[in-house]
Design a protein around this ligand. Structure first.
Ligand SMILES: Cc1cc2nc3c(=O)[nH]c(=O)nc-3n(C[C@H](O)[C@H](O)[C@H](O)COP(=O)(O)OP(=O)(O)OC[C@H]3O[C@@H](n4cnc5c(N)ncnc54)[C@H](O)[C@@H]3O)c2cc1C
Length: 457
């Protein structure tokens, strides 16, 4: 075995691929909204994405949670609502359905979401580069002024007035030297899940079992009546999991989480779980992906034997990657906390409104804890602005959020709203020739409201 532990990489010139006003890194819910908003606001905008499709977790079979607030009113409007509206026009999204546990859910078709994300970029005039991963930053003093990408074409730089990190993992911020945190006080992070879809499900049979026999088919805190609706998420069936375990089927979670699909006989399954995975470590992510892929076949067996409506169903597809609930968050000018959420706090620099509960899938074991605010809370602009590094905004689940606050603000509607705010802010910064941390936040708020976003008066 060689004793060599490190090697020196020689310094080299790398080509500058292009220069833009706003560079968005990561094409998930936050990134597509950031790029659309920046371009719509007149900035020359580019979006880079390391996968071969846009959408991030919009593409793994999840419903979009949190478009409505606890009081049933719409709290996410603007670009995210228009995106869902376009999907709805194609029959690829449901209405926003109120839910006692999840506040609201909106079912989407993951493949159509990918296509609509691309169409949105095209319509807004965003230049998209896929199969390119941001691996480093270009800095001028303490300010980020570009990103280094790696692709099959090699290593290149893209320069920008403002970079928006929407990578979920805070990759750009981390490389730029922004202080980042991970997990709870012990570093424990919410576990990931590899989603999969079943087709040929008799959803009516499942619905009837829950509505007519809530004593047998428990739904935790949700009233059985809620399941009369076309679209729902089950969270429960603890007894059935216990029976499956007694029969020797290994189930990694305490509750059965099933989500109706766009097709009548389709159910998405959110039940694999691998504790201790760190998505910023490829060895750990690989171990998790392999373990989760093993789990899904046990879960399929469980559903077919123990859950009404699944006897004749079969696995239709597996999500293109295991979804990550938690990894890095940045330390920004303000760290949003659980106290802020539970107090329904308002901020002078509010740029989005959210209402989803603090929903923590435990880092250890297989259960989950949820707690709600009575109404809704604000996301302040300062939570998108890194504390000590300029030229950079961060939107989505890696914004400046405590472990508990992230467990609420991570839902996709909120990430989309944060993305829209960051995109408009970055465009203002480019237009005015100033840093994104120095913009007039009242101007940003006016632009957000003028373009249809919801902010509390
Ligand atoms: C299993 C699971 C269940 C969930 N359930 C729900 C739910 O039911 N409803 C809901 O609303 N939310 C749910 N969430 C939360 C939600 O999906 C995420 O928090 C949300 O998608 C985060 O959005 P984002 O844009 O910040 O990041 P992501 O959706 O992770 O998107 C990040 C994008 O950046 C790209 N990227 C990453 N690094 C780089 C790089 N270095 N260079 C280039 N591109 C890069 C990725 O490929 C990806 O496309 C769930 C999450 C998980 C994992």
């Amino acid at each position: 075995m060689s004793e060599i532990k490190t090697i020196s990489e020689p310094a080299r010139e790398i080509p500058v691929r292009c220069e833009v006003d706003v560079l968005v890194v990561g094409g998930g819910p936050a990134g597509i909204m950031a790029a659309e908003a920046a371009a719509e606001s007149g900035a020359r905008t580019m979006l880079i994405e390391n996968r071969g499709f846009l959408g991030g977790n919009l593409a793994i079979g999840l419903p979009v949670l949190g478009f409505l607030g606890r009081k049933g009113n719409p709290i996410i409007k603007g670009a995210p609502e228009r995106f869902i509206g376009r999907l709805r026009d194609k029959g690829a999204a449901s209405e926003h359905v109120p839910c006692k546990l999840h506040v609201s859910l909106t079912i989407i078709d993951p493949e159509q979401a990918k296509s609509e994300a691309l169409a949105t970029m095209e319509r807004a005039g965003v230049e998209v580069l896929m199969y390119a991963m941001a691996v480093d930053v270009v800095k001028r003093g303490s300010d980020v002024c570009g990103v280094v990408i790696e692709s099959k074409a090699g290593r290149e730089a893209i320069l920008a007035h403002t970079v928006i990190d929407c990578t979920g993992d805070g990759d750009v911020a981390f490389r730029a030297g922004v202080e980042c945190r991970k997990g709870d006080a012990n570093g424990g992070m919410q576990p990931p899940t590899l989603m999969f879809a079943m087709q040929g499900v008799d959803v009516d049979a499942l619905r009837r079992a829950i509505v007519e026999h809530p004593d047998i088919y428990d739904m935790d805190t949700m009233p059985a009546e809620q399941f009369r609706r076309r679209n729902f998420i089950t969270v429960g069936l603890r007894r059935q999991i216990a029976e499956a375990r007694d029969a020797g089927i290994d189930i990694p979670v305490a509750r059965t989480i099933l989500i109706t699909g766009i097709a009548d006989d389709e159910i998405w399954v959110n039940m694999s779980r691998v504790n201790g995975v760190d998505s910023t470590d490829p060895e750990s992510y690989t171990r998790g992906e392999i373990a989760a892929r093993r789990q899904i076949y046990d879960i399929e067996r469980y559903l077919k034997r123990f859950v009404p409506g699944f006897a004749d169903a079969r696995m239709k597809c597996v999500a293109p990657f295991m979804g990550i609930r938690e990894s890095r968050v940045i330390v920004g000018r303000y760290i949003l906390t659980a106290d802020d959420i539970l107090a329904c706090r308002r901020f002078d620099d509010a740029v989005a409104v959210a209402s989803y509960p603090v929903d923590i899938h435990h880092a250890v074991g297989g259960d989950c804890t949820l707690y709600w605010c009575d109404d809704c809370y604000d996301i302040p602009y300062r939570s998108l602005v890194p504390a000590a590094v300029g030229g950079l905004l961060v939107a989505g689940r890696c914004a400046s959020l405590s472990h508990e606050a992230m467990a609420s603000a991570r839902v996709m509607s909120t990430c989309m709203a944060m993305g829209e705010a960051a995109g408009r802010a970055a465009a203002i910064a480019a237009r005015e020739g100033i840093g994104a941390g120095d913009i007039d936040v009242e101007m940003l708020q006016r632009e957000l409201v003028n373009s249809g976003a919801y902010l509390r008066k």
